[in-house]
Design a protein around this ligand. Structure first.
Ligand SMILES: C[S@@+](CC[C@H](N)C(=O)[O-])C[C@H]1O[C@@H](n2cnc3c(N)ncnc32)[C@H](O)[C@@H]1O
Length: 252
């Protein structure tokens, strides 16, 4: 990782932790409106550069383990942690399929992670995470569903909602022009082609096969900002194309 990428990563992570304009503010709002992690022990699986990990710990004074498979992300997360030094946080570089987790957690959070993992591997990971849950715990999966306007993850570079539905040859050309190495180990195009096109049906299938049930679902879209519509789940028929974020809880 170059020094410039490291600085870019730290800036991103710090903004995710403390900033007011981060796109993660929606995640923070949705999570804090719906859950209370006060005093709990949390696994932030796929913690990335650690901004949200520190935010969970600070917001609820809870113990958080941030875990990721990407060494560059964990390096940045550790640097961020060294700056703010929250005592109940630690970060771990781990591939859980090669090196299973032995610990137990009240909650396991996958924020913007599940859509990046091939579905067969995601299923194996969910089975393992289930074994690390306390009996009353839950696995929180939040992700932009594939039908939604920003599911391509290309919004910063190609500001065209639903561009994942363009013919691949056209989108590929657009991506090639903007391609760059992201902080971590991948390029913009690599990250796009690794997306697993996750949606609610696919997640439901995986949770069923893993012996878990969906005990909570919030589908967020821009219509929720209008008075009286805040709590409505617009996820049926064509409304599913408006959903920017699904927040789902899997329990035993
Ligand atoms: C888009 S980032 C999300 C980071 C963070 N959760 C957040 O909300 O800011 C996705 C992260 O998932 C991690 N990831 C992907 N596959 C993984 C796996 N098999 N095990 C652990 N982490 C994984 C990636 O390395 C990356 O850091």
């Amino acid at each position: 990782m170059t020094l410039r990428q490291q600085e870019e990563g730290l800036k991103y992570a710090e903004n995710a932790f403390k900033g007011t304009s981060s796109h993660l503010n929606l995640d923070k709002k949705l999570i804090s409106e719906n859950f209370d992690f006060t005093g709990k022990k949390i696994l932030d699986f796929g913690c990335g550069m650690g901004g949200m990990t520190l935010w969970y710990a600070q917001n609820w004074n809870c113990e958080v383990v941030g875990m990721d498979i990407d060494p560059n992300h964990i390096e940045i997360a550790k640097k961020l942690h060294a700056k703010y030094n929250l005592p109940k946080v630690r970060f771990e570089l781990r591939n859980v399929l090669e090196n299973p987790i032995q610990d137990k957690f009240d909650f396991i959070i996958l924020n913007d992670v599940a859509e990046h993992i091939p579905l067969d591997i995601l299923e194996r990971i969910i089975v393992q995470l289930k074994a690390c849950l306390h009996p009353t715990g839950g696995i929180f999966v939040s992700y932009p569903p594939w039908e939604g306007p920003y599911a391509s993850h290309l919004n910063h570079d190609i500001a065209l909602p639903w561009c994942q539905f363009l013919p691949d040859s056209i989108l590929r050309k657009m991506m090639k022009k903007k391609n760059r190495v992201l902080v971590g180990t991948k390029t913009l195009m690599e990250e796009y082609y690794e997306l697993n096109h996750l949606n609610h049906q696919k997640l439901r299938r995986i949770s069923k096969k893993s012996g878990l049930k969906i005990s909570f679902r919030k589908s967020h879209c821009k219509l929720n900002k209008f008075n009286g519509l805040e709590k409505v789940n617009f996820n049926k028929s064509i409304f599913k194309y408006l959903v920017t974020k699904e927040l789902v809880v899997l329990t035993a």
